[in-house]
Ligand binder design. Sequence first.
Ligand code: ADP
Length: 253
Amino acid sequence: IQDSLIQSRKMQALGELTGGIAHEFNNILTPILGYIQILKNNIDDPILNRYIELIEESAKDGAKIVKRIQEFSKPKHKEKELCDINRIIIQSVEITKPKWTYESQISKKSIEVKLDLKAKGFVEGTATELREVFVNIISNAIDAMPNGGFLHIESFNKKGNIVIKIKDTGVGMTEEVKEKIFEPFFTTKNERGNGLGLSIVYSIIKEMSGHIDVSSQVNEGTEFEIKLPAKGAGLSKEYLNEGFEEKQIYKIL
Ligand code: ADP
């Protein structure tokens, strides 16, 4: 409980910080974009006009980034819905497919993805956020397997919960790394990572009254286990066989 309290305070502080920066940045961009309009209307020199356009494009890019930051830091209004967890896992695998097929091509080693999706029932949350959870975890697993390996995703029911296990045969983590992975900005990937993925995953799962655990062995692999309260078990039957197989193997050679 203490840990999750610290974690949610950190995320809140992070939101306030980024929100504050975004606000300041907007104040800077407003006069830049405003005066560019006046310059554009009053300068005839084509070369100078091209420069002004370049400044405007860059300032607009800046404004777009600010908007993204504000969206991230704003407390989001979320419509909760009953989500079919198996379907969301399949979608997340599809979303990350370009990444693992690409990694497979460059390393010439295969990443094999196996799905054992037996969970029945739904979880309450937003599908977009749940996809974010699995996309982040799967992407990390692929990053952890530069020489290829297995990714095994399971879902099943246990005592009123839906349990999802995501297991890779990657590089694994030391105890020190394992303790910090859910902290915002903690990354071992230098400029390739921003360290936000798992902190976002953690907040989403907590908000859904769920749990997330990780076990890992250096050079053996890592397993994430997520537990979410199951809802509407009676509704799931017809859904399960619709559109996808319960058990599916993706193999890239
Ligand atoms: P990022 O991926 O940008 O580094 P994350 O918050 O998603 O940020 O992950 C934080 C760190 O946790 C990673 O840099 C990595 O060291 C570690 N990690 C996460 N998933 C795995 C995994 N499946 N295997 C090994 N290490 C992992």
